[in-house]
Design a protein around this ligand. Structure first.
Ligand code: GLC
Length: 445
């Protein structure tokens, strides 16, 4: 019997166990190459800090930049393993002009918002700040690093190849924001790991499953063959930049299209199959094919599927798992009419095959990365996870956990996935505390 187009597509988006095993193996190899400074699609960037002990104390600022929203937080660390407390927080939205204009505009905007935050909260005496900057950065030490490339459609000019903190400091001086001292620069995955490590000594990994996708791991220093300057700790956290992994992935025609339409062609292949920024783009392309070939939607392409970014992640949530009422309300908004049952089923199937594939590939990468994690216990490891896909997408965390159990077998029992909300920001404050307390890992910048 000839299968329908949707069945063929579901086959193309399936990730069988055999493929998951191959991905896991390839990840381990790429990690070893990255740690040795050899060519690899996984950069394995040293974070110049080890997992927090939980004894970190004090009040710190955190600046969290990684998507169109960026956040400023004032965080209190009570020490003695108690949970950090967010005392104040503000979110600001960056405009497309700020993200894709010049570096001076982007960092100037951030400095302006930070200044506003300090004023609003009457912070006038000097305060240490941890900066979560969630892009591939080659750190020179704990408080400075060079941007290697932009991801997630950021493209501000004049920043790649330059020192990020120096540019930010200059922008702060330009806006007369004086009482802030940037003492640490970190990736969001590293922050997430740290935010959980404060509470849980078994935490060996931080994962972001949100707009972007990436993993940080705690690795024994003896495994790190490349240059790590004056760092002397027994273990170090490594920002893997896993989104760029590009081996043995089951990429199809739609993945190639998403790549071609992206702001960073031929980069971030794993991220483009996994992360929340790209999943709706895949759905859009598949639905457009169904419209063209099977006269789905009566053969007309609704405007929401014309532009690249008009169809959103939260729309997928609703089509995959929303109530009938929610689906109909959204359909009325997006298509100007309600969907018939066959159309509703089709939308749900497309969203499910795309989100499920994302979770199964993410599980394979997480298990690959775990092979190199330095754990305090042989039996247990906590994987701290932050990001909207994991937190909010219906059923995502369940499919991810099931895929991990399927691939890991009995060893999967000791792996605990832990939602670490706001980990990227809180973790930056934790790192700022580690640095301020030890004061020995800074670069001379
Ligand atoms: C992108 C960035 C990476 C970040 C991830 C999640 O992959 O390159 O640094 O951790 O997004 O935000």
């Amino acid at each position: 019997m000839k299968s329908s187009l949707i069945e063929t597509l579901e086959g193309q988006f399936e990730v069988p166990l055999s493929r998951m095993r191959r991905i896991r193996g390839a990840v381990t190899k790429e990690m070893d190459a990255g740690l040795a400074g050899r060519k690899s699609s996984i950069a394995m960037l040293p974070a110049y800090c080890d997992a927090a002990s939980g004894r970190e104390r004090g009040r710190y600022l955190a600046l969290d930049l990684g998507g169109t929203n960026f956040r400023v937080m004032l965080v209190e660390l009570p020490g003695s393993g108690k949970p950090p407390r967010v005392i104040a927080e503000a979110k600001y939205r960056l405009t497309p002009g700020q993200i894709t204009g010049s570096g001076a505009v982007l960092f100037g905007a951030i400095a302006g918002y930070l200044g506003k935050f300090l004023k609003d909260h009457e912070i006038t005496s000097e305060i240490a700040l941890g900066y979560t900057f969630s892009f591939p950065v080659q750190l020179l030490g704990i408080d400075e690093g060079i941007l290697m490339k932009w991801t997630k459609d950021f493209s501000a000019s004049g920043v790649v190849g330059r020192k990020v903190v120096a540019i930010q400091r200059q922008a702060l001086a330009g806006k007369k924001v004086r009482c802030v001292n940037i003492v640490a620069l970190a990736n969001d995955t590293v922050g997430t790991l740290q935010a959980q490590a404060v509470l849980d000594p078994d935490c060996g990994m931080g994962v972001i499953l949100g707009t972007g996708f990436n993993i940080a791991v705690r690795v024994a220093s003896r495994r790190i063959r490349k240059e790590t300057g004056a760092y002397r700790g027994k273990s170090m956290i490594i920002n893997m930049e896993t989104g760029n992994f590009n081996k043995v992935l089951p990429r199809n025609h739609y993945d190639r299209r998403v790549d071609r339409d992206s702001g960073n062609v031929a980069h971030q292949f794993a991220e483009k199959m996994i992360a929340g920024k790209y999943l709706p783009q895949l759905v859009r392309l598949v639905v457009r094919d169904l419209i063209r070939k099977e006269r789905f939607f009566e053969g007309h392409v609704p405007t929401v599927f014309v532009e690249r970014d008009a169809f959103k992640g939260w729309h997928m949530d609703v089509f995959e798992a929303g109530s009938r009422k929610a689906v109909q309300e959204l359909s009325q908004d997006l298509f100007g009419r309600q969907l018939d049952p066959a159309e509703r089923r089709m939308m749900a199937r497309v969203c499910r095959m795309v989100s499920r594939r994302s979770a199964r590939i993410a599980a394979s990468l997480i298990l690959g990365a775990l092979t190199r994690v330095e754990c305090r216990s042989k039996k247990r490891v906590t994987v701290a996870v932050d990001g909207s896909l994991f937190e909010k997408y219906p059923g995502y965390s369940r499919v991810l956990a099931a895929a991990i159990r399927e691939l890991a077998g009995p060893a999967g029992k000791g792996i605990r996935l832990k939602l670490t909300k706001d980990g990227s920001g809180i973790g930056a404050a934790v790192i700022a505390a580690v640095v301020t307390e030890s004061g020995d890992m800074r670069t001379a910048s």
